[in-house]
Design a protein. Sequence first.
Length: 336
Amino acid sequence: MNSSHTDIQEHVAPERPEQANHAPCISLVIPLLNEEESLPELSAWIDRVAIAHRLTYEIIFVDDGSTDNSWQIIQQLSVQNPLIKGIKFQRNYGKSAALNEGFKAAKGDVIITMDADLQDSPDEIPGLYEMVMQEGFDLVSGWKKKRYDNAVTKNLPSKFFNAITRGMSGIQLNDFNCGLKAYRRRVVKSVEVYGEMHRYIPVLAKNAGFNKIGEKVVQHQARKYGVSKFGWNRFVNGFLDLLTVQFVGRFGKKPMHLFGLLGSLIFLLGFIISVYMIVARIIFEGYSLSNRPPFYIALTCMILGTMFFLTGFVAELIVRNAAERNHYLIEEKLKL
């Protein structure tokens, strides 16, 4: 396997576009976990596509705690091709962590992410690059319109969560889960990816002010090597992370606007019920307060309302003392 890859590199290396001392056109950030069989084929495929389209590039493999020989393969490939770089985690942290570190290291004008299992086709790279650089998109997400995954365990749940994400975020993408995406460099340097939020990077980008988000139908291929890393827990974690993204995006710098409003409404409801019961006690002789359900509803609402309000105050204190409380993304300055 390695010898054939070496032959490919030696054959095409003289034709590779010159990029010494210059930032590459494209940075390919590829997270992986136990993909030793696919790495030589993937890197050779990317190299052929880049050479055919005269694109300078770098490949950043992020080994997310593999237990096979993936890292040794990456080291060998890096010797054969100096444009291949690698980051190795001590243990498995997840795809979001891998992408976040890859984004930090990327130097290209356009950053393209893809999976290492050969289900994402490198032939899509030139089209994604052109949509960002020539058509002006900040982010382009792949859409695997025709899939080769299991319809019950992956396709149907994926469609369900895509529909929820579209409804909550307002971003009209058909496939948030697609790992094949292209970003303008400024986008990936402006967002922080953690938890299970890699599938919600378009939402993070929109919250950061990058609104030109496009979609491209891409080829999906059947898995050739290894096994799927899919797990049902990703849907539960993904939904919770979507709520987090929406909350942080809208109320991250003004939490009192949410907790204060909720607290005020709930407290007001309890207060109105209390006033009604007190008036009824005055008007109607023998009207008892403590043995009626509305009394406990009113008491609960007033306590909950006060707690929400105090939560808002505490959150505001935390935000005001946070290191990035006045960190804002500035697109341009004039004469400053």
